[in-house]
Write a protein that binds this ligand. Structure first.
Ligand SMILES: NC(=O)c1ccc[n+]([C@@H]2O[C@H](COP(=O)([O-])OP(=O)(O)OC[C@H]3O[C@@H](n4cnc5c(N)ncnc54)[C@H](OP(=O)(O)O)[C@@H]3O)[C@@H](O)[C@H]2O)c1
Length: 329
């Protein structure tokens, strides 16, 4: 019998999450029955969506939602042999028993020198988000100019290099000077610290004097209000996330952007990466190939220990991470 540890939402977050909002509990798991597998977490993901989804989809006492890379440690299901690895959307759990539904096996030819944790980042959901946002929402073309905010994070750090591979000029911003240096290493044409520039508008104008064809928005809120007038005619905006608003206790107010959307004939589209799930296998192969060729970064922010899940989550929301934030068990 295995005793799993699970992190639950003790009380709904009010504003910025606190360590006391989480509770660690034990859960006894029986022996697997026919068709079942027992998983042990190896790497767990902490993602921004967990903050808004906690109020939309969870009640107090629920196990926190999320994905992990797990190892199959017992199996009564031939599709998931002992020792193989899967991506499991089973939440903040050290161990999990299931019948295989929802598990995605990692390819058997996953290279030894590529960390398995990248299946939660660049070669996983955030990488797919970057790729689909650029190709299917922005429909980005060679020679265009792209702006991405949250550029040093899990999604942003894939957006920039893919846009460079496609022959674009790429402008990005992040919240520390060390992250800005990282963006320059990734090949961004212009990068700046949005927290220290004296004028966001002037910095954006200077970085792209003719304006932006595409805007990959991870941040939303006031930042986007500044960008709208700087878009080119027929510009495209991929609304990926709005992390600047996730901890707000009351909705932010304008300035409102409709007049710019009309006069510049912009297309602004929200998206969830799951819309293109049918393309994941092919897209993950492309992401893996780019990683192996050194065209995408392997940088991650790894927190050690399952007991530190809440701290890792709060740290990610605070901007501690460069690249994908993951927890190593
Ligand atoms: N649509 C989809 O399918 C989809 C999928 C995945 C993610 N997303 C969204 O994409 C965005 C990025 O996600 P991610 O997983 O790549 O996270 P991430 O960028 O790896 O981590 C979050 C980062 O957001 C930045 N941040 C935090 N508060 C901020 C604020 N008030 N203003 C500006 N930046 C702030 C911090 O970096 P700094 O130091 O730079 O501030 C922090 O490191 C999020 O909005 C997320 O919800 C959407």
């Amino acid at each position: 019998m295995v005793v799993a540890q699970v992190w639950t939402l003790q009380r709904h977050f009010v504003g910025f999450p606190k360590l006391s909002d989480f509770e660690l509990k034990d859960e006894q798991l029986p022996e697997p029955k026919h068709g079942e597998v027992l998983l042990a977490a190896v790497f767990l993901s902490v993602d921004p969506y967990m903050r808004p989804y906690s109020s939309m989809r969870m009640k107090e006492g629920d196990v926190l939602i999320g994905a992990q890379v797990a190892k199959v440690i017992q199996s009564c299901n031939p599709s998931f042999p002992v020792g193989s690895h899967v991506v499991a959307p089973c939440g903040w759990r050290s161990h999990y028993m299931c019948d295989g539904t929802g598990l995605t096996p990692l390819p058997l030819d996953w290279p030894q020198d590529v960390p398995l944790s990248l299946a939660l980042g660049t070669i996983g959901m955030p990488g797919l988000t970057a790729l689909y946002g650029l190709e299917d929402v922005c429909e980005i073309k060679k020679g265009e100019t792209l702006l991405v905010n949250g550029a040093a994070g899990a999604v942003g750090s894939v957006v920039g290099p893919i846009a460079k591979l496609k022959g674009c000029t790429v402008v990005g911003c992040a919240g520390t000077d060390a992250k800005v240096a990282y963006l320059k290493d990734l090949g961004f044409d212009h990068a700046f610290n949005y927290k220290t520039v004296s004028s966001l508008e002037q910095t954006l104008r200077k970085s792209a004097p003719d304006g932006y064809d595409c805007y990959f928005d991870n941040v939303g809120g006031e930042f986007s209000s500044v960008v709208m007038p700087l878009m080119k005619q027929f510009g495209r905006i991929a609304v990926c996330g709005c992390i600047s608003t996730y901890n707000d206790m009351a909705p932010q107010k304008g300035p409102y952007m409709q007049s710019h959307i009309i006069s510049k004939q912009l297309r602004m589209e929200g998206f969830l990466a799951g819309r293109w799930e049918h393309k994941n296998q092919e897209a993950l192969k492309r992401l893996m190939a780019w990683v192996k060729e050194g065209k995408l970064s392997r940088t991650e922010h790894v927190t050690e220990g399952f007991s530190n899940m809440p701290a890792a989550f709060i740290g990610m929301l605070s901007g501690d991470n460069t690249g994908k934030a993951v927890v190593k068990v």
